[in-house]
Design a protein around this ligand. Structure first.
Ligand code: GLV
Length: 313
């Protein structure tokens, strides 16, 4: 069996994969060009991709032997799952193992933007801390005791809600349907109106594309913050820039963007009330190794005709 792998992975798991199948690896840091994928997937039984590779009809059709697409991610919006399934190809992903790392980062973003941690760090590095201590210097917003709104109460949403307990926050949420959980289900507009911190934890699909648009942002409190570590395109970024510039909300913390990577010329970079991180949700050594294990085992199990650990529903 032959497998195409589009990026080096941490730990021993690629070696493990190579001991069972023949692996062709794109070993650069940047993503492989699309033409390279199309050319090299031709004779493969499996392809192990990351979220930067678009696996659409064209890629799938260029691989007549393809049986498995294993993505090293929880999101699968970069894959045409419906078409793959129609072709009888199994699509697998890596949920659960990255839930806690992502929830940790989301909480970090909440605190960073509310307490102006990045702004403070920048001020010191630029040699601009010249007021010493002052009662009104760099005041931020409290986190404990506030209302945490969660859009999408899946695994990551629940892990964020769990962490909020330690901060005595009131948790409200909206998702496709109410869950039997201890937190309060509210309708979408109420979620936007009442949240002090609104965390986006939905996946990207046609129904969530630009779900956070100008109308929704206008519902939010002027003192509130938007936090996104799911997919950039859930938010209409142009509308968000307007909201941040015009003070409809107090700030935002973003780990994901409509087009990644963003450069220093992006409008968001010019704003002080935003904390930006480069898609780091699952980026810990521990989690990325676990993801490698799951992505590789998914691939091997599915190639053998056994049930993978996580098949995309
Ligand atoms: C990261 O964004 C992932 O989908 O795993």
């Amino acid at each position: 069996m032959k497998v195409l792998v589009t990026r080096q992975l941490p730990g021993k798991w690629l070696d493990y994969l190579s001991s069972y199948v023949s692996v062709e690896l794109w070993d650069k840091e940047y993503p492989p060009p699309r033409d390279w994928i199309i050319e090299h997937v031709k004779d493969k039984d499996g392809i192990l991709v990351t979220l930067t590779e678009r696996v659409d009809k064209e890629v799938i059709d260029s691989a007549p032997r393809l049986k498995v697409i294993s993505t090293y991610s929880v999101g699968y919006d970069h894959i045409d799952v419906q078409y793959a399934k129609k072709r009888g190809i199994i699509v697998t992903y890596t949920p659960e193992v990255l839930t806690d790392a992502t929830a940790d980062l989301i909480f970090g973003l909440i605190i960073a933007v509310a307490r102006r941690i990045v702004e403070g760090d920048k001020l010191i590095r630029e040699g601009k801390w010249n007021t010493s201590w002052h009662p009104m210097f760099m005041l931020g917003t409290e986190v404990h005791g506030k209302v945490l709104g969660i859009l999408g109460m899946g695994r990551i949403g629940m892990a964020v809600a769990k962490r909020a307990k330690g901060f005595d926050m009131k948790v409200i949420y909206n998702s496709r349907r109410p869950h039997n959980v201890e937190w309060q289900f509210v309708d979408l507009d109420t979620l936007f109106r009442e949240s002090d911190y609104l965390v986006i934890a939905v996946d990207l699909n046609p129904s969530t594309y630009h779900l956070v648009n100008e109308d929704k942002l206008r519902l939010m409190k002027r003192s509130s913050f938007l936090i996104n570590a799911s997919r950039g395109a859930v938010v209409d970024e142009k509308a968000l820039v307007k909201a941040l510039k015009e003070g409809w909300i107090r700030g935002a913390a973003l780990d994901v963007f409509e087009r990644e990577p963003i450069g220093a010329d992006n409008e968001l970079v010019k704003l002080d009330n935003v904390v930006l991180t480069p898609h780091l949700g699952s980026a810990t050594w521990e989690t990325r190794e676990k993801m490698a294990e799951v992505a590789v085992k998914n691939m091997l199990f599915a190639l053998r005709g056994e049930r993978p650990i996580y098949e995309v529903p």
